[in-house]
Design a protein around this ligand. Structure first.
Ligand code: 6CS
Length: 281
């Protein structure tokens, strides 16, 4: 699988100048084919997305996107790292052609972008001190303990789940990346760090810290699925992406790409954008 490349902000801004807006929505794919690459937003949160020391982009979401864009005649993907909360504004401002980052489908996001059908599904997890001294197994447990501080990505699902469970804003600490989250936990600046299960497992495997442990899944937290996200006006590109995604799922290639990262093809194929974007009952 060809690797895509990570772009610094400076070189990305230079690309912005060249990425001319298409005449019409249907020309977006033609524009990308001529451009030779699709600019994707990622978070660098393995195994969803990752940027190697050599700048090569991997992770389940970019690998699926690269495979599909190749079939659509777009040779490369070029990634830029973004905080989850900045991905949709960046897409809408034309800084990205798609978000392929594990950005979970939720009604409020479905109102803002055109999601593909589901790609990567995962439950939520906590990384915390060995022995779970504060007995935290749900976001409500954190809310109910006035001393408990949670770290979560800015604009991310775990931040929102904590706030919705009643954790006051001053006890929800925005964490820029996985390594920082583990360090903050080790330094006692937070009592729990929350990300999806596979992301926490990846970080814990790398941290190899016997003083930390994982709670997974978080009690009463939903299983989420992402999709590739496109601008609302690029729904023709989204539909073309979905045609190839469906073929990838049916051929077995989809499972071959995502399951080595720990994701379940069956989980993504057993749900739909319609179900995941439906307003909560
Ligand atoms: O979609 C989100 O907001 C979440 N998705 C991932 C893959 N990691 C954390 C983030 O909060």
């Amino acid at each position: 699988m060809k690797a895509g490349y990570f772009l610094s902000a400076a070189s990305l801004s230079a690309l912005l100048v060249t990425a001319v807006a298409p005449a019409s929505a249907d020309d977006k794919l033609e524009q990308l084919k001529e451009q030779g690459f699709a600019r994707i937003a990622i978070a660098n949160e393995p195994p969803f997305t990752a940027v190697g020391a050599d700048g090569k982009v991997s992770g389940a979401a970019p690998d699926v996107a690269r495979a599909i864009f190749e079939k659509l005649g777009v040779k490369e993907v070029v990634a830029s790292i973004s905080e989850y909360g900045a991905m949709i504004p960046g897409l809408q401002a034309g800084r990205h052609d798609a978000i392929t980052a594990g950005l979970f489908m939720k009604p409020e996001r479905c109102n803002a972008v055109a999601y593909s059908e589901p790609i990567l599904c995962d439950a939520e997890a906590f990384a915390l001190k060995k022995g779970n001294p504060l007995k935290l197994t749900s976001y409500k447990d954190i809310a109910d303990n006035p001393d408990a501080k949670i770290g979560a990505p800015g604009g991310g699902t775990e931040e929102k789940l904590a706030l919705e469970a009643g954790v006051p804003r001053d006890r929800v600490i925005v964490v820029p990346d996985g390594q920082s989250g583990i360090k903050m936990l080790q330094d006692g600046r937070i009592d729990v760090y929350s990300l999806p299960v596979l992301s926490i497992h990846d970080l814990m495997a790398k941290a190899k810290d016997p003083n930390l442990e994982t709670v997974a899944p978080v009690v009463n937290a939903p299983v989420y699925c992402d999709g590739a996200a496109f601008r609302k006006q690029d729904v023709a590109l989204r539909d073309a992406f979905d045609v190839e995604l469906k073929k990838l799922k049916e051929s077995g290639e989809f499972a071959k790409i995502i399951e080595p990262y720990g994701f379940s093809a069956k989980a993504a194929m057993s749900t739909s954008r319609e179900k995941l974007c439906a307003p909560a009952k």
